[in-house]
Design a protein around this ligand. Structure first.
Ligand SMILES: [Fe+2]
Ligand SMILES: [Fe+2]
Length: 277
């Protein structure tokens, strides 16, 4: 952890060690970022001194660290133990709903996604943007690399094209600042991708297409509400989004994973990640 950080105060601010153990690495890194920003005296714009206080790794340093880990960074949360061994998972019902997945499988991503959707709701976003925020990173339980595309594909049969668009392209837009709409390039990305990282051509081409698209603001608003927004004492639950899910998510009667859709296998892989084949 960063030098000068009061580790105990940081963990306490996040709701204690148990709450922290339930957070994804991304959520922890984002939380660390907002904690450092709060220490710097501003919740939205870090001062120049605060921004320069941390030395970010270079791409070469990040790459040279790859062989020091038993798993790759792109592996989904369900398939990797963050400490010790992987836990035993509760069985899912025969016809699992989105709410079942949130409760029993999205353990590492749900807090971050609920926080983002909660922020979008407070900011008066449309119901489709709130839903996109709620779902945007949940596929990271299965796979992290290119998660915007994976996530959009997994939700495509069940949500509107606008929600799919917002989820798919939030990933690319995270790399491009848009201060007019309140999005600043996050220090988290300097930490994760390297201070000298330039997005690959497919990300750049996607960005160029999306910024000219009539739906540009849909994924942009996901990025604006995406920053990890832990507020002390505020723990949003899925209940507050039940109506929005009911209006905008087509829950299949047979259950997610068992409806014969082209993405059913993705849901089954999340439901049964211990199957060896
Ligand atoms: Fe994301
Ligand atoms: Fe996110």
């Amino acid at each position: 952890m960063t030098t000068g950080l009061d580790r105990r105060a940081f963990i306490a601010a996040l709701g204690g060690a148990t709450a922290v153990s339930l957070m994804s690495d991304e959520a922890k890194a984002d939380a660390l970022e907002s904690h450092l920003m709060a220490q710097a005296g501003s919740a939205s714009a870090p001062s120049a001194e605060a921004a320069s206080a941390e030395k970010f790794p270079t791409m070469a340093e990040i790459e040279s660290d790859v062989p020091n880990h038993p798993t790759r960074k792109g592996a989904g949360n369900l398939f990797v133990a963050r400490a010790g061994n992987v836990p035993r998972l509760d069985r899912m019902s025969e016809r699992p709903t989105l709410a079942d997945y949130f409760k029993l499988r999205f353990m590492a991503t749900s807090n971050h996604c609920l926080q983002s959707a909660n922020r979008a709701m407070k900011n008066g976003m449309s119901e489709e943007i709130i839903l996109a925020c709620l779902l945007h990173d949940t596929v990271q339980e299965l796979i992290k690399v290119d998660h915007g595309w994976w996530s959009a594909q997994m939700y495509e049969p069940y949500v509107s094209p606008k929600v799919t668009f917002a989820i798919r392209y939030h990933q690319a837009l995270r790399f491009y600042e848009d201060l007019d709409h309140g999005y600043r390039y996050p220090d988290l990305y300097r930490r994760m991708f390297g201070s000298d990282y330039k997005p690959e051509p497919y990300i750049e081409q996607t960005y160029q297409m999306v910024r000219k698209h009539k739906w540009y603001l849909e994924p942009r608003m996901v990025t604006v509400n995406d920053l990890y927004a832990f507020e002390k004492g505020v723990n949003p639950t899925l209940d507050q989004f039940t109506d929005i899910i009911g209006r905008h998510f087509r829950q299949p009667q047979e259950g997610l994973g068992f409806d014969g859709s082209p993405v059913a296998h993705m849901w089954r892989s999340i439901a049964m990640p211990d199957h060896p084949l």
